[in-house]
Each structure stands twice: as C-alpha cells, then as structure tokens.
Write a protein that binds this ligand. Structure first.
Ligand SMILES: [Mg+2]
Ligand SMILES: [Zn+2]
Length: 192
C-alpha cells in the first residue's frame, strides 16, 4: 500500500465520522451521546489538525434517519455533544454534513456520491479538492474522495487487515492519531 502523501500540499480536510472519530457499532447506528465512544487519540489528532488545515468538515452517511431509527433532532443532539468535546480539547470542525437518505433513494449526497463535497464547496468556496484530503474507514469514503478529485487516507482502525491495494486509496493509517503523527513528522522534516 502506498503511504507517501505530500502533506504540505493539503489544506482542507474531509472526515468520515463513525469508525474514524468514534467507534462504529457494527450493523447498527450511533444514535445518542451514550453510544458515542471516541477512538483512542482521535481528539488529540483533531487538535493537531486544527492548526494544520484551513477548513475541516465531517461528511457522514446516516441512513438510520431515513429508516426512522432515529430523528434529525437526535442526530443534531449527538452532533452538538461531540462538537463540544472537540472544542474543549482544542480541535475545530467548521461544518458537519450528513446524508440522511436511504440508499435506495439514490440521492446525490450519499457517499460515494459527491453531493456533500459540493455542499462543502458552496459553504466554503475557497476549498480546492486537489488540495483536500478525505479520511474514512470504508471504500465508499475513498471513492467519494477520488470522485471529487481529493487525496484519500484509509483508516484501518476497525477493519483489519488493510484492503487490497486499491486505485482510490493513497495511503493507509491505523488511526487518525497515526495520520496526525505522520503529518507532524513530515512537517518537522520540512521545517527543521
Ligand atoms: Mg465510517
Ligand atoms: Zn443523501
């Protein structure tokens, strides 16, 4: 798996949520703050990213809303909860985008469709996808990133082993923390 990314060219960060920031619940949805469990080092990584990236957004498929398993209100309550945690730990998320549609609705915003990238660019016109990094733990995240013209990092945290080498994955790390450490190391080597 290739792992050489030119971090210095990346200014905008797109983050998947479940399995990247917090622990996934296999075959279910994280519906409320009681079910939210930060992955080790994720908050520290976000704090480092805040100084590194000009814009940081979350792009997350939450089909559970479309299925009626939880409401938009539940989703916003949960979002406020984790954003507060991020702020208190020195991190920053500039905006959160969710696709709450059912897969069968065939909407434009469900990853790997690029609708949420388009919405992010509408909110922040300075975003340049060629200077953007998408991180996620699903191949659909990687396809989303590549479909939009971004660089991609596959986070393997909960989906070991690494996938076969794929054209839409630029690098693999075990966690956001490992990615943040690699960026710090590369930054130090550029600016000793
Ligand atoms: Mg995920
Ligand atoms: Zn959608």
């Amino acid at each position: 798996m290739p792992s050489a990314l030119d971090f210095s060219s990346l200014k905008y960060l797109f983050l998947d949520r479940d399995g990247v920031l917090n622990r996934r619940i296999p075959d279910d949805y994280v519906r409320n703050p009681d079910q939210w469990e930060w992955l080790p080092g994720a908050l520290e990584a976000l704090s480092l990213f805040a100084g590194y990236f000009e814009i940081i957004v979350i792009v997350s498929n939450q089909q559970g809303v479309g299925k009626g398993l939880f409401s938009e209100t539940d989703l916003h309550t949960l979002t406020r909860f984790f954003l507060e945690d991020i702020r208190e730990n020195g991190g920053r998320i500039d905006k959160v985008f969710y696709c709450t549609h059912l897969k069968k609705e065939d909407c434009a915003c469900r990853k790997p469709g690029t609708g949420m990238a388009t919405l992010a660019k509408e909110a922040f016109p300075q975003i340049d996808f060629s200077a953007s990094l998408m991180t996620g733990d699903s191949l659909s995240d990687m396809q989303f990133g590549k479909n939009a013209g971004m660089k991609t990092v596959f986070i393997t945290t909960e989906r070991q082993p690494e996938p076969e080498e794929q054209p839409w994955i630029d690098a693999c790390y075990r966690s956001l923390k490992e990615l943040a450490e690699a960026m710090s190391a590369s930054d130090a080597s550029h600016n000793p």
